[in-house]
Design a protein around this ligand. Structure first.
Ligand code: DP6
Length: 326
């Protein structure tokens, strides 16, 4: 049976940074995100006993061997769960602005987990889907849900208690998230490698672990109370702390480019001018700016005026994974 699923990317408000188990994608800390409405992946999967290997089509083109091997490894987990050794055709399309560098493994593996499990005949609930998506890319487990989502790190070594759960519907507090494009060069250090190197070598990593749970609790409190400044301050501080750990790694590395810093400075200036806006940054040079809807037009315009800024995409809270008619 063919199944088609659609999942949106998410941006971490409190970051997932570091694994305690690399093969099961078990994190060192819990994290919190908001699912975005603008960027998503749609994936169709059809398992068929007529195939003798997996085929992966990405944005209309047959993917290379390396990409297909990654997808096959992920599908192996689903085949194992079902107890059937059959192969699949996976046809995936990323709806992200071309060359923007916003493509995310999160929406990709969330959509793939949903479509593949349904196609092979497994009937999983969202908690189970989240656990499966996590094993393709950690942050994907959060894209199963819409709105504000927490990924609970769990404690068990088998990963059974490490999955995402919804914190609050995005409609209840619909903030604006502006995705600011400053560079689209391929990342030099992928997040997977970056977090591993940081855990293994950065003397600042214990400092990250010491405070991240407190940050998470403050962020959840801010969401419950709709306290924008409380949320913005902890989100920005948490992102800066994550990036600080990379500077202490051996060899050290940094995701920021000059344009990244220009945008960060500009956001701070906006605050000084009385417009509350805060930034966060993932494992790349682009910046996400968070503000309240009433300020979104002014913040967008101000960001477009920054020299290094190539484009600004306005996002709001988006939905969780859904199935599309075949
Ligand atoms: C900085 O989920 O891409 O965006 O689990 O190795 O696939 P893997 O990593 P990934 O890492 C995301 C790191 C981050 C923070 C976050 O999204 O929480």
């Amino acid at each position: 049976m063919e199944a088609i699923a659609k999942a949106h990317t998410n941006i971490a408000l409190i970051k997932y940074w570091g694994k305690r188990d690399e093969s099961l994608f078990l994190p060192m800390n819990s994290s919190l995100s908001i699912t975005l409405d603008q960027f998503y992946t749609t994936t169709a999967v059809q398992f068929c006993s007529c195939l003798n290997q997996d085929l992966f089509i990405l944005n209309g083109n047959l993917a290379d061997d390396a990409e297909t091997t990654k997808i096959s490894k992920f599908l192996d987990r689903i085949r194992e769960l079902k107890g059937e050794k059959i192969y699949a055709i996976v046809n995936s399309n990323n709806e992200v602005p071309t060359a923007a560098g916003f493509a995310s493994s999160a929406s990709g593996y969330a959509a793939l987990a949903a479509a593949a499990t349904k196609s092979i005949g497994l009937d999983l609930d969202k908690k189970e889907l989240s656990r499966i998506a996590r094993q393709g890319s950690g942050s994907a487990c959060r894209s199963i849900y819409g709105g504000y989502v927490e990924w609970e790190m769990g404690e068990k070594t088998d990963g059974s208690d490490s999955y995402a759960k919804p914190v609050m519907d995005g409609q209840e507090w619909d903030l604006s998230i502006l995705s600011v494009l400053v560079g689209s060069k391929q990342k030099k250090v992928l997040s997977r490698e970056g977090m591993k190197r940081t855990v293994e070598t950065s003397p600042f990593y214990p400092g990250w672990l010491d405070t991240v749970e407190k940050d998470l609790n403050l962020a959840k409190q801010a969401i419950q109370q709709r306290d924008f400044d409380l949320l913005g301050n902890v989100v920005e501080a948490n992102a800066l702390k994550m990036h600080a750990t990379t500077l202490g790694a051996n060899p050290p590395f940094m995701y920021w480019q000059s344009g990244t810093i220009e945008v960060m400075e500009h956001v701070q200036e906006l605050r000084e001018a009385g417009i509350p806006a805060y930034f966060t940054i993932d494992a790349g040079p682009n910046v996400k700016v968070i503000c309240q809807q009433k300020d979104e037009a002014a913040v967008r315009q101000a960001l477009l005026n920054v020299k290094a800024v190539q484009d600004v995409y306005l996002c709001h809270s988006g939905p969780g994974v859904t199935y599309l008619p075949v």
